[in-house]
Ligand binder design. Structure first.
Ligand SMILES: Nc1nc2c(ncn2[C@@H]2O[C@H](COP(=O)(O)OP(=O)(O)OP(=O)(O)O)[C@@H](O)[C@H]2O)c(=O)[nH]1
Length: 213
């Protein structure tokens, strides 16, 4: 994954700095833009449908690292689907968003997962399944258990949110960051018994990418 120069210091020495691209995918009107807007501005308002893609940058100063998040909000309308892969092809993480009050959008999230599975190697990208609009509890068509079960079988992070009532929006992005950082740690050089570092060559440098574009 993309590690840039060390920046800042902590009690344990210089803090590493990472840049991650996170892409929001899902059917039209599930609330992708609203989630991004809530996360970036802590606000909720009626937004126009996304045209193509919009892009935000958020910097997080965490204890263990500085993380620069590039958040790519894609358009859910069918007419933009053919260009979507251009937006997610070098992503480090994807949020597959559906509307808990619209079962069809849950089906579409599953199709998005198939698409990502074709284009990325296993574990190459962190994927979170996000059931949005929990404030519409009375209209719910997808149970929490259905979402959880699907995420569990596919090894995805899972969370239900409401961009409107600000339910777990920050938590979704934070759990994605934590998972990305956990994977960074896993790949970090491990000290050998003699005290010398061993480097996992398969995990260092540029990521191996799948063949499709
Ligand atoms: N009740 C409720 N409505 C929401 C929530 N999030 C978004 N909405 C509404 O759902 C509609 C679509 O929201 P957007 O954020 O534009 O959805 P989108 O997925 O970005 O849509 P596209 O840009 O067309 O792909 C808007 O009317 C929002 O106000 C939520 O958490 N609860």
């Amino acid at each position: 994954m993309a590690q840039t120069v060390a920046s800042g210091t902590s009690s344990e020495g210089p803090r590493p700095s990472y840049m991650y691209k996170v892409v929001l995918l899902g059917s039209m009107s599930v609330g992708k833009s609203s989630l991004a807007y809530r996360y970036m501005r802590n606000d909720f308002k009626d937004l126009l449908p996304t045209v193509g893609c919009s892009f935000f940058i958020q910097t997080l100063d965490l204890d263990e690292a500085t993380v620069k998040f590039e958040i790519w909000d894609t358009a859910g309308q069918e007419k933009y689907q053919s260009v979507c892969h251009l937006y997610y092809r070098d992503a480090h993480a994807a949020l597959l968003v559906y509307d808990i009050a619209n079962k069809q959008t849950f089906g579409r999230a599953k199709l998005w997962l198939e698409e990502l599975e074709k284009r990325f190697l296993p574990n190459e990208i962190v994927i979170a399944l996000v059931g949005n609009k929990t404030d519409l509890a009375a209209e719910r068509e997808v149970t929490t258990e259905e979402g959880e079960e699907f995420a569990r079988t596919k090894g995805l992070l899972f969370m239900e949110t409401s961009a409107k009532s600000n339910h777990q929006v920050n938590d979704v992005f934070m759990s994605v960051v934590q998972e990305l950082l956990r994977r960074e740690k896993e790949k970090a050089p491990k000290p050998s018994p003699q005290g010398r570092s061993t480097v996992d060559l398969s995990a260092s440098g540029e990521r191996t990418r799948c063949c499709r574009s």
